[in-house]
Design a protein around this ligand. Structure first.
Ligand code: PLZ
Length: 453
């Protein structure tokens, strides 16, 4: 079978057959070959969770070199929200690479970078004058948001939260909460980073006001507003487990920041761009961040990231203080213009809401029949199930891993997450159709049923 199929590698994009099709064991022979080469050539620290050689993707599927077609419930970690190889993104990229591939925006500016900044300024929450700066990765955006906040306030300290994830560079490792696999052995970490407790309703039982009071008290006692440049928080922590904070928690923290000349940074790298059924997750909580960091969904799969926010804060950095050789690369910007147009004009926010109804409906029903699912939570196409020992409520990471592994073997890409590793997250591309999404959830339910209680 694979010999026939590998004669031609299918083109990606939405015209790829929208089906789950498993024709070999996973990984198939071609994929095994590549994974052997990977082990011999690529640093061991760069892992992978789906053992295949990907050759095409689009709509709601990822196809491998052996001719297997997987239902994609991960979007490459929330990146291909508009759909993999989206035709408008492909066309924009092809046109731009033929025009010019690079000038360095800090040397010779070009229009697409400015257009992306204008669109971000208009799409992000807050009805005030804004500026944006573009970078290559989420971690780089976070680093720059912190630089900007420090320069604006003249203060050194930064507060991040339990369960937070902000990247793998030195400063962002310090901001990230979880030791393994992100930090262990990679220190010493950047100084002047402090951690506050998060609101985690399923585990702490606190209402939003009480959880915020607890966090603010720790910030005041252990750091002091007079030393604090910024508070950085994911409105819905991604790697940390899609924890939806209790109502009022984020608003109280944001309010405290405003009252204390502390820059409130929302890290929307994972939750941004229609993912949660709103353009930004902050909107679900009625908060207007001073600065927003974005990446992932922004450019339809090309590497691009941004910091967007209040003009007075963003303009605090001196000319030449922000930048990088590749930041706002013209090919990535062309892709972003096409992707942002799709987010704004192709009904993707509504589509994310529909996807959310299916995800929450199916997972809530599954929870009702299987007490090993302790919690189902999220918004739009950013929904998760937390697996527990039904007797004690203790996190069950082994179960989450077994369900993910069995789902992948059966042709459905799902990702785990969570501080305790016991969460399966659902992040389908918004281009997935209902049938495929439902079939993917059927497979996950079968996988769960197949793991002995
Ligand atoms: N902030 C909220 O989710 C990236 C990382 C996966 P980069 N999350 C996926 C992994 O194991 O590396 C992320 C995020 C939030 C920042 C980042 C960092 O974005 O583009 O990976 O640097």
């Amino acid at each position: 079978m694979s010999d026939v199929l590998t004669a031609t590698v299918p083109l990606g994009g939405p015209t790829l057959p929208q089906e789950r099709r498993i024709v070999t064991s996973i990984p198939g022979p071609r994929s095994q070959e590549l994974l052997a080469r990977k082990a011999a050539a690529v640093a061991g620290g760069v892992g992978h969770t789906v053992p295949i050689e990907a050759v095409a993707a689009g709509g709601g599927v990822v196809v491998d070199a052996d001719g297997n077609s997987f239902i994609d419930l991960g979007s490459g970690i929330a990146v291909t929200s508009v759909g993999n190889a989206h035709p408008a993104v492909v066309a924009a990229v092809q046109a731009q690479v033929a025009q010019f591939t690079h000038t360095c925006f800090m040397i010779s500016p070009y229009e697409s970078y400015v257009a992306v900044a204008e669109t971000l300024n208009h799409l992000t929450p807050g009805d005030f004058e804004k500026r944006s700066a573009l970078f290559n990765s989420g971690a780089e955006a976070v680093e720059n948001a912190i630089k900007i906040a420090r320069k604006f306030t003249g203060k050194p300290a930064v507060v991040a939260f339990e369960h937070g994830y902000h990247g793998r560079t030195n400063l962002t490792m310090a901001l990230t909460a979880k030791n393994m696999p992100y930090k262990s052995g990679f220190g010493p970490f950047a100084s002047e980073i402090y951690r506050a407790p998060l609101s985690y309703p399923f585990r702490d039982g606190l209402n939003g006001a009480d959880a915020a009071a607890r966090s603010i008290s720790i910030i005041e006692k252990q750091v002091g507003a007079e030393n604090l440049a910024a508070v950085i928080i994911e409105p819905i922590p991604g790697e940390g487990g899609f924890i939806v904070p209790a109502e009022g928690f984020l608003a109280a923290i944001a309010e405290w920041c405003t009252a204390n000349n502390v820059v409130f940074i929302a890290d929307e790298v994972q939750s941004g761009f229609a993912r949660t059924g709103a353009m930004f997750a902050s909107e679900h909580f009625g908060i207007v961040p001073d600065l927003v960091t974005t990446a992932k969904g922004l450019a339809g799969g090309l590497p691009l990231a941004a910091v967007t926010g209040r003009a007075d804060i963003m303009d605090a950095a001196h000319a030449g203080g922000l930048g990088g050789t590749y930041g706002g690369n013209p090919v990535a910007c062309a892709a972003a213009i096409a992707a942002l147009d799709a987010f704004e004009n192709d009904g993707l926010i509504e589509r994310a809401q529909e996807v959310g109804e299916i995800l929450l409906g199916r997972l809530n029903a599954l929870q009702a029949s299987d007490s090993r699912i302790g919690d189902v939570r999220g918004f739009g196409a950013m929904v998760a199930a937390e697996f527990v020992d039904p007797a004690t409520g203790a996190p069950d990471a082994a179960l989450a891993a077994a369900v993910a592994k069995a789902s992948i073997a059966a042709g459905v890409i799902v990702l785990t997450c969570g501080t305790y590793g016991n969460v399966i997250r659902f992040l389908p591309p918004l281009s997935i159709d209902d049938n495929l999404l439902n079939e993917g959830l059927d497979v996950v339910a079968e996988a769960l049923a197949g793991v002995a209680a």
